[in-house]
Design a protein. Structure first.
Length: 255
């Protein structure tokens, strides 16, 4: 079985000093550990470069951004293009997080353009999809997740070194402290997988795509998710911003 991946989404929770301290402490913690999961830190933009310096002598933890623009370098005030993410050492980028969809009105097509730009610049996109509570209550969950997947991923001409990660994050569960049941997450992973197999093929799915779960993951519930083959890892907000719970997540993966 492939290594599971833990992607830490620090959102706008941590100051520069707090981000650096957390990164240093996690690095110290994993120093002599074996069988580690794949790990990615996603700090806020101004913290990426200082965290890249903390991680400069390790390949155990990679860096990701929490968003990016579809644009190239140029006259785009306030935006961050993929070239700059390359330059500061990012390998991953979170795209279409529900907080971006909700507060900043990002739509599936915007996200698709970003996904394309990310891949063109060698970044692995982590594309977030998930239904709101209201959509689930109305029985529209599968439909919403399928549509978000098909439209945000769109048509991509994928090459052997590329990889695309889909993160299933039921919106109302994010930051609530109460994750969905693992079987519930598995159901949506199957919906996402089917949407991708229908748009691409089973072979392309196996080659390029992975699906992970996000939404109130913590050291207590992590095992229940990652023991399913279809769940390749987790996208973690709150629990990845505190040293003790982050260490707890790592320990669950190396058990
Ligand atoms: P949470 O956030 O772990 O705090 O629920 C997850 C996310 O928003 O990616």
């Amino acid at each position: 079985m492939d290594k599971k991946i833990i992607i830490a989404n620090w959102k706008a929770y941590l100051s520069l000093a707090e981000s650096e301290e957390l990164a240093k402490n996690i690095l110290k913690f994993i120093k002599n550990k074996k069988d580690l999961p794949e790990m990615v830190f996603c700090p806020s933009f101004p913290c990426i470069l200082p965290i890249a310096k903390v991680l400069k002598n390790t390949d155990k933890i990679k860096l990701g951004a929490q968003n990016m623009c579809w644009c190239e370098m140029g006259a785009y005030t306030g935006e961050v293009p993929a070239n700059l993410l390359n330059e500061v050492g990012c390998d991953f980028v979170i795209l279409g997080h529900s907080e971006r969809r909700k507060h900043f009105h990002e739509k599936n097509l915007d996200i698709h353009y970003r996904v394309k730009a990310a891949l063109e610049h060698g970044l692995t996109p982590i594309i977030c999809v998930g239904e709101t509570y209201e959509e689930r209550r109305q029985g529209k969950r599968d439909e919403v997740v399928r549509k978000q997947t098909i439209e945000s991923v769109g048509v991509l001409d994928l090459k052997p070194s590329q990889r695309v990660i889909l993160a299933y994050e039921p919106v109302w569960v994010i930051g609530s402290g109460r994750a969905v049941e693992p079987e519930d997450a598995v159901h949506s992973h199957r919906v996402i997988k089917q949407a991708l197999v229908d748009s691409y093929s089973q072979t392309e799915f196996n080659l390029y795509f992975q699906i992970i779960y996000g939404g109130s993951v913590d050291p207590q519930n992590l095992q229940g998710f990652i023991e399913h083959d279809i769940i390749s890892g987790v996208l973690v907000g709150g629990a990845s911003t505190k040293e003790d719970s982050f260490k707890g997540l790592i320990e669950v993966c190396i058990k």
